[in-house]
Every structure is written in structure tokens, then in C-alpha cells.
Write a protein that binds this ligand. Sequence first.
Ligand code: G4P
Length: 524
Amino acid sequence: MTFKEEIKRRRTFGIVSHPDAGKTTLTEKFLLFGGAIHVAGAVKSNKIKKTATSDFMEIEKQRGISVATSVMGFEYNGYKVNILDTPGHQDFAEDTYRTLTAVDSVIIVIDAAKGVEAQTRKLMEVCRMRQTPVIVFVNKMDRPSRDPFEVLDEIEEELKIEVRPLSWPIGNGTDFKGVYNLFDKSLYLFTPNKQTLEEGLSLDVNDNQLSEEIGQTSADTLREELELVEGVYPEFDKNPYLEGKLAPVFFGSALNNFGVRELLHCFLEIAPPPRPSKAEERVVEPDEEKFSGFVFKIHANMDPNHRNRLAFVKICSGHFQRNTNYQHVRLGKQMKFSSPTAFMAEKKSIVEEAFPGDIIGIPDSGNFKIGDSLSEGASLNFKGLPSFSPELFRYIENADPMKSKQLAKGIDQLMDEGVAQLFVSQFNGRKIIGTVGALQFEVIQYRLLHEYGASCRYEPINLYKACWLEADDQAELQDFKKRKNQYMATDKFGRDVFLADSSYMLDMARENFKGIKFHFTSEF
Ligand code: G4P
């Protein structure tokens, strides 16, 4: 196969959802199709058991298990599919945001009874920032569900994206009869608890056979609803989908393996192969000959007997080969990797080569930071790994004056891994840790002690958001910084950050400094 064909057949995507909507179940069904696993229940995904929500060591243990399923690759109908798993646990939302920077498209799973939920909304914001193409799968149609038109309206409103149904449900709950697939104009009939796959029945909706299959009343309703669908929604067009402006929507039931194959087939046909990647210097095309890639995730093993780190690299261009010298751009040094791993289903194995779209894991002893670029010579710094404003903040203080060096090193390395964010107050030089979830504070304290022999304590600080600043008029910015000196901090890249202590304070700042833009993410 030629290099270009290798790229064209790759589909690297993420499945995201609010916890419990069915992401794990759908992932598992995809893997079953790919023959990558053979029994349901084999995927120990990043899903963290509900019972473990307050015990962070237990959560870390489960995260350790799930490192192998962070990326699940498999072959299907000539395609190389790479599914990037994302932690469902809200405290690891930042991990999920970063993973989304490494995907070329996304499937969003929504619970048909609950509609759009909080986590889905946040994840969609990240997709929108990057114009990532999304497909929506409305799951659990075998349960009593909301009216499909209502669900579609909610998706449009809440996720701020146009929708186009490509399949349509016939009833729901105990009356769920199946779906009519508008993409291939076929009828798929549902039998509860039956996992075998029926072929779709190629059938025009106006064909009399429809009422024989699903009964007169359901046939009449389906025809009426489809007429409405065709009237309300524009014809499906691949381009707005690829631009991230329009989301095709499918209905089904992942648990019953219903509507999953159709979703997969349509996905493979319309979803983009590896897309160009933006570097600070220029846009990098996947089919460029020279290798380049970036680190989007670092996984540290907390087991003291196997204390190693794995850096996850997304390949942006060229042909990656084992034991070949590549440039670590930030460090300005050549490195070669003797045991890069690829992820096939839940197995990890050493690979000789990899192509754009693929994710490889590189064992790391501390050379990598999130966002680092690797290249075959060229000085490229990939963009698109923004920091997001944390939700929770605390001062971090040294609890053992003899270990201040260890503490500084530990904090530095944990921040490089992306466990949390560090801000240094420009007013008093104190260090502030910002996180998405309360759990990370415990993780940091534990790891500092066990890995670096350093103890820390936290002190409360009342903050609302971290804002990265943008201003055309530098004089106004300087004036702002002077006046708000108490609230100014520096992030780990040396950027100015305004730490607002309430939404009121932020509103006032916006009111008084009209020339300054306050962003909740570091890339705008
Ligand atoms: P998540 O990864 O998005 O958090 O969700 P997951 O797939 O684990 O699904 C959450 C629950 O919803 C699971 O039940 C799962 O079996 C169920 N589920 C998924 N898809 C469907 C569907 O199409 N129909 C119905 N009726 N249920 C579905 P659970 O009891 O919470 O977990 P488990 O003990 O079965 O694993």
C-alpha cells in the first residue's frame, strides 16, 4: 500500500458523552465489529466505577488498567480505525479536552430520554473551537424516550450546531420497532435482546410493504414524520459536516447492538481521514514526507514498582519508524525510540512504523511535556493544546523546609504531565494550583510525597476563573495589570493571567477595560 493510501484509510476519532449515556457500550460494539474483541464486557475503558468516586487511589488504579484502552485501534473493511477513549469522570475533564485535540472527528452519544447533558455541552465547546466534525448517536431508544424532533431541537440549541437526521426511529421504549435509515433508504427492524445483525430491507417509505412490516399506524406516522424531516432539514451535505457546522444524527440502541453498524458504516464513509495540523510556523499536511507529531497526553504509573511514564504522540505527517533519530523540538535534541508502542484493541505492542492519524506510546523518563513536538528536522511547534480555566484553586505551600527543591521539581513535573495548572502570583510570588476537580489536589499531594519525597499543604483561596488576556492597546493592558496587580499571575508558559475572584469582578473588569478581552482558554 502506498503512503497516501495508508493515510486515506485512517479514521482517528473520539467517542464522547455525559457519563452513563452509553459511550463504553458503543465503543465495545465497534470493537466487536472490528473483531478486535470477541465478548462483550472485554473493554475496561476509562470509565471509572461509580463506587470509586471518592477513593482516588482506586480511581488511579483503574486509570492504570485503562491506559491500554486509551487508544483502541482495529482494522475494519480496509479502514484502520483508531478510537481514542476519554475519561468519563468529570474530574478528568481536562484529559478529555486534550484528547480531543488529537482526533480528526467525534461521535457524541446522547441518552434519548435525558437529551443534552452538562458534560456534553462542555465537550462540544471544545469541538467547536477546533471545527471538529461531529456525528450524534441518540442512544437507548429501547427505553421510553423523548420525541425525536424535540431531541433534535435541543441538540441544535444546546450544542449550537445544525443537525440532519440520517436515520429515523419508529416508536420508542417497548414500542420501539426499529429505524428507517435515510442514508441508504432501508428499514431496520428491532428485536429486543437480539444481538444478531439483520440486513436492512431496502424499501421506499411509500412502498406498501412498509405497513406489512411495521403495521399501518406506525407506517403512517413514519411517513408523516419523514415528510416533516425532509421539509425541515436540508439535504445531507458532507461539506458542512466536515467543516464542523452540521451534525448528522443517528438513532439506535448500543446495548442491543442496534443501529451501531449503520452508524459505523456511515461514519467510515463520511468522516475525514487525518486532517492538516496547525503549527505556529505553518500548516502541516499529513502527506508531507517528513515525520512530525505532538504529545497530547502523558500517563504516569502510580504503582511504585512500575514507575514509568508513557507519552502519547499523535502523528501529524510522514512515516514514523522505530529506532530513527527525530528532533525533540523544545529540547533541541535528537532522540530515537526503541520501543514505541501501538494500541490494537486492548493490546499494546512494539511497532516498527506508524502513519499520520496513528497514536503511538513512547516510554518516557521525563523528557516530555504535554504539547511537545517531534519532527524529522523541521522546527515545528504544534498549536491547539490550550489550557482551560480551572474550576478550583488553592495555594500550595511547602510543608517541609528541608525539601523545597524536591517540591519545586515535583510540582514542575506534575504540571508538565497536565495533572493541574500552576499560577504564580505576581503580587506575592505564592504558587496557586488550579484544577478541574477536587480529586487532583489529593493526587498531587500523594504523588509529591511518594514520588518526590516532598510534603505540601494547601491553603484556601477564593477564585472564580483564570482569564488569559488579549488587548490591542498595550498601554491599556499595562494600566489594567497595574491596577489589578493583586489578581495578576503568571502561568507556566510565562503568560499573564487575571485571576478573578467572582463573576461580578470579571463583569466590572470587562466594563471598565473595554479594549481588553478576557478568555477562559489560553488559545483564542
Ligand atoms: P458511559 O460509558 O457513557 O458512562 O455509559 P455505559 O456504556 O457504561 O452505559 C451506561 C448504562 O447504560 C449501562 O448500564 C449500559 O448497559 C446502559 N446502556 C447502554 N446503552 C444502552 C441502550 O441502548 N439501552 C439500554 N436500555 N441501556 C443501555 P448500567 O446498568 O449502568 O451498567 P452495567 O452494569 O450494565 O455495565
